[in-house]
Structures are given as structure tokens and as C-alpha cells.
Ligand binder design. Structure first.
Ligand code: AMP
Length: 311
């Protein structure tokens, strides 16, 4: 059989203009809105990754997912003062703009929004976004009562400014994901909140901008947080259904590192943050500790079949 000859043409096809993938660095809200409007008119799918900078692989995992699934990627870097309490680390929070910009360029991010405080909260700014205390009062809300009002307010502003179809958050801050998911739905933002898994160091410590606060001894002790979560996962898998027994075992593992001070160890319904009498359904095991100057959080969500268990 003779193969049909495909006509060969020497004419080049229509040249598709290549999109310049230059990082736009925008400190002004108005300019950001102009860019966003243009993208929306062009029917571009916009992805937002809100961060406080000092970027690490956890942030990059969110940016890569945004890059994969959206036409335009906006990363915000803003250390939001209203989510910090008076005794917290706002002044010391790690900042490295040059390195961050280099990383964002390498990831082919389209836009970096880096507002000043005056840009985000100009004179006369007088609004706070409050999500039901069911989500904001327990866990991190107990020791940081201002945290989720600050987070909800800044995220609502960022969603209004960037009008993304998708916004990307990390499970490391699971309670934050719940709060932001609630507000994105309740305020009709049309934005899907995407939660991505915790990115860890090889020894299990969750990557965090605050890990730089750890000295050598503290850094050696820190993986106990992950090991305690693994212990909880194992206990749930072999049928532990008693919250007190589980939490006591987790605390004991953490106490084996004398440098670790426990802030909370908690097991809750992962969807409602309600306490559990019996460990069943989607169980959130959440830990917050102080280790030297650092406050570190981590969590694990385990799907426990209802009615199962040997204990
Ligand atoms: P931050 O700059 O700490 O406010 O974090 C910005 C975003 O990155 C939040 O959605 C965090 O949950 C997420 N993130 C921080 N650390 C990690 C990590 N280790 N793995 C995955 N996401 C993370």
C-alpha cells in the first residue's frame, strides 16, 4: 500500500504572538485592578497565591499548582499587621524581597502584588471581616484572638482586588483554609479555594518562614511535631477511638523533647472544628508548640470510618 503523500508547504503558518512572561511588580492597588480588568476582559483564568514572603518550597508548591491550572498567576507578598498581636513577631518576621522576586521569576509568575500598609489600610480604613467564631475561636484563635479577623479582612481585600477564579492555600494552616473557604463562599466571590498538602523537610518538619528562628538544638527537636502526628495517625489506623487516649499519647511524644512547650494538642471534626467524643469521620489532629522564639503549627487529617475501631 502506498502511503498518501502529505502536501508539504514551505509557507510558515500564522505566527502566534508569544506572551511576554515578565513578572510585573505592582505595589499600587489601582494599577493591580487595571491589569486584572484587562485579563478578565481577555477571559483569562486568574490564580491568586497570598503569602507573607520569605518564600520556601511550601509557597512554591502553591505557585506551581496555580501556574499549571490558571492562565495568569498573581502572588501577593504582604506581612499583614492586623493579624499580629502586640507581643508577636511582626517586626522580626523574616523578609527577603530580592530572593523572593528571583524565585517568582523562575516560576514564571505574572504579577507580584507588594502593597505598603498605607496602600492596604489607607487613612480612614474602618472595616473588619468576621467569620463565625465556630471556625475562628478554637485552636490558633485561642492564643491569637486577632489572627483570623486580620486574615479574613486581608484575604477579602485581596480577593476583591484580584478577582481570581482560584486561590491557593496550604493545609499547614488548615484553620485558615476553613476560614477563607467560608468567606469566599459567603461573600459570593466566585473564587474556588484550593488547599494543597503540607510540604516538609526530609525529617518531617513542616516548611515555614518561621523555621529560621530555630537554633541548632531547637531545629533538632522540631521533627517531634511530625512524629507526634504520625503516632496519632498510626493509633487511629489501628482503631483508637478515644480522644483522651490519643491526645495524651501525642502530648507524651512532644514532652519527650524538653525544648518543646505545648500550646495545644487537639482532635476535632475537620469540617466543623467541633470536639469529638469518639474519633470518627474526618478527624483533624492539630498541634501548636513554642520552640524557643518560634511558634510552630502542624496538623494531619485522617479519614476514620464511622463505626469502626477496636477500642
Ligand atoms: P505564609 O507566607 O506563611 O502566610 O503562607 C502563605 C501560604 O503558604 C499559606 O496558604 C500557607 O498555608 C502556605 N504554606 C506555608 N507553609 C507551607 C507548607 N509547608 N506547605 C504547604 N503550604 C504552605
Amino acid at each position: 500500500m502506498i502511503a498518501e503523500k502529505v502536501p508539504v508547504t514551505t509557507q510558515p503558518g500564522p505566527v502566534k504572538p508569544k506572551r511576554a512572561s515578565q513578572l510585573k511588580i505592582i505595589p499600587a492597588a489601582k494599577e493591580l485592578q487595571t491589569v486584572v480588568e484587562r485579563w478578565r476582559r481577555g477571559r483569562k483564568k486568574i490564580g491568586l497565591v497570598p503569602t507573607m514572603g520569605a518564600l520556601h518550597d511550601g509557597h512554591l508548591s502553591l505557585i506551581r499548582e496555580a501556574r499549571k491550572t490558571c492562565d495568569r498567576v498573581i502572588v501577593s507578598i504582604y506581612v499583614n499587621p492586623i493579624q499580629f498581636g502586640p507581643q508577636e513577631d511582626l517586626a522580626d518576621y523574616p523578609r527577603d524581597a530580592k530572593r523572593d522576586i528571583r524565585l517568582l521569576r523562575a516560576e514564571k509568575v505574572d504579577c507580584l502584588f507588594t502593597p505598603t500598609d498605607e496602600e492596604m489600610y489607607p487613612a480612614g480604613f474602618d472595616t473588619r471581616v468576621v467569620v463565625n467564631e465556630k471556625y475562628t475561636k478554637p485552636l490558633c484563635g485561642e492564643s491569637r484572638p486577632q489572627l483570623f479577623v486580620g486574615v479574613a479582612t486581608v484575604v477579602a481585600k485581596l480577593l476583591a482586588l484580584t478577582r481570581p477564579q482560584r486561590a491557593f492555600f496550604g493545609q499547614k494552616d488548615y484553620q485558615q483554609c476553613l476560614v477563607v473557604t467560608r468567606l469566599a463562599a459567603d461573600l459570593n466571590t466566585g473564587c474556588e479555594i484550593v488547599m494543597l498538602p503540607v510540604v516538609r523537610e526530609t525529617d518531617g518538619l513542616a516548611k515555614s518562614s518561621r523555621n529560621v528562628y530555630l537554633n541548632e538544638d531547637e531545629r533538632r527537636a522540631a521533627p517531634a511535631i511530625y512524629q507526634a502526628l504520625k503516632l496519632a495517625e498510626g493509633m487511629l489506623q489501628v482503631g483508637e477511638r478515644n480522644p483522651q487516649a490519643l491526645l495524651e499519647a501525642v502530648r507524651k511524644r512532644l514532652r519527650s523533647e524538653s525544648l518543646i512547650q505545648i500550646e495545644y494538642v487537639s482532635a476535632k471534626n475537620a469540617d466543623t472544628l467541633e470536639d469529638l467524643n469518639i474519633l470518627a469521620g474526618r478527624v483533624l489532629v492539630a498541634i501548636a508548640v513554642r520552640l524557643g522564639k518560634a511558634r510552630l503549627i502542624d496538623n494531619s487529617i485522617v479519614a476514620v470510618p464511622t463505626g469502626s475501631g477496636s477500642k
